[in-house]
Design a protein around this ligand. Structure first.
Ligand code: CU
Length: 128
């Protein structure tokens, strides 16, 4: 009887392992353009790992500057080197993936390139 129980539980265990390996964090796409972020308000779930995909479709370089957001978030080790002084540079035509677990709060976002935020390149990150 005991052997039968173990044998029937085994495929379920394998199934569980396969699901864990396949589970990549969901993506949240953010398009950087001249001179905007889309969406302008980025909504993320507190404590839920996510990959921010920063896509630069502008005619030049832009960045994603959100020092408080990055300071409070738990950044994946592979993504940490992409963040310098609270911002991530995204070259023209480039896409940068940033995996992190955000902390609850409302954070300011802007591009710190000369005059860009004045032209409207700013937004908000809402984590709840
Ligand atoms: Cu910019």
């Amino acid at each position: 009887m005991r052997i039968l129980l173990v044998a029937s539980a085994f495929p379920l265990m394998l199934c569980g392992i396969a699901q864990v390996q396949a589970a990549a964090p969901p993506h949240a796409d953010v398009v950087l353009a001249d001179f905007s972020y889309s969406p302008k308000t980025i909504r993320l779930n507190e404590g839920e790992k996510v990959t921010l995909r920063l896509i630069n479709q502008g005619s030049g370089g832009h960045n994603f500057s959100a020092p408080e957001f990055f300071q409070k978030a738990q950044i994946d080790p592979a993504s940490a080197p992409l963040i310098r002084k609270g911002k991530v540079e995204v070259r023209k035509g480039a896409t940068v993936d940033l995996t992190l677990t955000p902390a609850a709060g409302q954070y300011k976002l802007k591009c710190t390139h000369f005059l860009h935020s004045g032209f409207g390149m700013k937004g908000r990150i809402v984590v709840e």
